[in-house]
Design a protein around this ligand. Structure first.
Ligand SMILES: C[S@@+](CC[C@H](N)C(=O)[O-])C[C@H]1O[C@@H](n2cnc3c(N)ncnc32)[C@H](O)[C@@H]1O
Length: 436
């Protein structure tokens, strides 16, 4: 049934993409590999006047499918193949399983899923946009997969109770919450694969692989990745996220991007005037100070700060690089750090992203303001805490999700992230021998 579109060039490009994903380590499962080899991606890219070149279609990139006519915002994409592979591997949709997908788009992932669950399995996929849902139905029918797929036009937040329970639910849009329906429509040990914000104030996104355990969902793996946002009545984006923290804009550059943006969690006391003070700090020259501890992985450390320490005045500084380099002569610009107010006097500590592995400034920070020494001590203590935990990273993070409020006890080192419909409890798994 899946022999459609098997012209030589398409097969060759599919094999090339698969080989690339295997080499990069994104594709490990032979079953998922076979599904990528079988399903032609070109069928799922709408031919609205401009037909994408096959070579473009088979690059490891997301492809824009639909934009909102009014705002020009992208509302549907064909996701990046490496991210799709990671999510399918977390889900493990084998022969005979019943899967619910949220966000059908044009149906490419639904087709991969249908090829993985085989003729004895079933894929139910929910799409908010009626035109896309219709297109997906047609595409799946063209591949002869209509007998094992069911595309529903609707809001995936509600799941699809008529076909529940599901062995797995895979959400292919970014969410800032967990729908009650996703908890309820899973089998007793079903899996939920969900791209979500774990430190919403920083829009820190990751894909969480959850397994149901009783009334809870427990993470078994987390991978990096980001999606376009889930839409619909129950989801809130943009302003809701920055409500968690402060966002300081110095102004907009000519291209509309912000010149300098400082975001921080839980500093609601920072009014506009104080935000301006904070920014003027950054504009003055800072003091370079060397850290007494090295930071072996900037990525893991920045995540530790954002995830675990976000309430301690941690901030993210985003600067328009062109402006910073041309007008201010700065090269060390974006990064993470700490902000602190003593009365009205702000201080700022910035750890900037290293420009390369050999960047000699990578173990130093820039200090601004009246009393940055306080920040230096606090920052070094955080690095030490991270070191004592064995330099934990995303692979060590554990997330437990609970419907509604959390009433259980909190283990040592865990912290709570309340969402609107669920509560997350997070902690880092410290392996024996890792902790100092
Ligand atoms: C990244 S695209 C999905 C890609 C798709 N799975 C594929 O294989 O190409 C996300 C999709 O989610 C849809 N979507 C957004 N909010 C939704 C919701 N609440 N319920 C169902 N679908 C939704 C969008 O219209 C969009 O088509």
């Amino acid at each position: 049934m899946l022999d459609f579109h098997n012209d030589e060039q398409s097969l060759e490009l599919r094999a090339k993409l698969v080989a690339q994903l295997v080499k990069s380590g994104d594709l490990k499962s032979p079953a998922v590999e076979r599904s990528f080899l079988k399903v032609p991606r070109e069928l799922f890219v709408p031919k609205n006047g401009v037909t994408e070149e096959l070579t473009t279609i088979y690059q490891n990139n997301p492809l824009t499918i639909k934009t909102d006519g009014r705002l020009g915002e992208v509302i549907s994409t064909s996701s990046q193949p490496s991210v799709m592979a990671s999510m399918l591997q977390l889900l493990e949709p084998c022969e005979g399983k019943k899967i619910l997908e949220i966000g059908t788009g044009t149906g490419y992932n639904a087709a991969l899923l249908a090829s993985l669950v085989g003729s004895s399995g079933k894929v139910v996929s929910v799409e908010l946009d009626p035109d896309l849902a219709e297109l997906a139905r047609k595409n799946l029918c063209t591949l002869g997969l209509d007998n094992r797929t069911l595309v529903i036009t609707g809001d995936g937040w509600e799941g699809y109770s008529e076909e529940a329970p599901y062995d797995g639910i895979i959400v292919t849009a970014q969410s800032d919450d967990i729908a009650p329906a996703w908890f309820e429509q899973l089998t007793a040990d079903g899996r939920l694969i969900l791209p979500m914000y774990l430190a919403p104030e920083f829009q820190f996104s990751t894909i969480v692989g959850f397994r149901r355990q009783g009334v809870l969902l427990k993470s078994f793996n987390l991978v990096q990745g980001r999606f376009i946002g889930l839409r619909g009545y129950h989801t809130v984006h943009g302003p809701e996220i920055s409500r968690y923290g402060i966002l300081v804009n110095l102004g907009a550059a000519t291209d509309g991007e912000h010149i300098v943006q400082i975001e921080s969690a839980l500093l609601p006391e920072i009014n506009l005037a104080r935000r301006a003070d904070l920014l003027s700090l950054w504009l003055a020259p800072g003091l370079i100070a060397t850290l007494s501890e090295k930071i072996p992985s900037f990525f893991d450390f920045a995540n530790f700060l954002r995830l675990k320490k976000s309430k301690d005045g941690v901030c993210k500084v985003i600067v328009n690089p062109q402006h910073a380099i041309q007008n201010l002569g700065r090269t060390r610009i974006q990064g993470v750090g700490l902000v602190h107010f003593e009365g009205d006097q702000p201080s700022l500590l910035l750890l900037s992203w290293p420009t390369s592995a050999h960047d000699e400034t990578r173990d130093s920070v820039i200090l601004y303001g009246a009393n940055p020494k306080v920040l230096m001590v606090r920052f070094e203590n955080i690095i030490k805490e991270w070191k004592d935990l064995g330099y934990v990273g995303l692979k060590d993070l554990r997330v437990t999700a609970n419907q509604g409020n959390w009433t259980g006890e909190l283990g040592h080192g865990s912290w709570v992230l309340p969402l609107r419909s669920a509560t997350l409890v997070l902690d880092y798994e410290v392996r024996v021998g890792d902790a100092v």
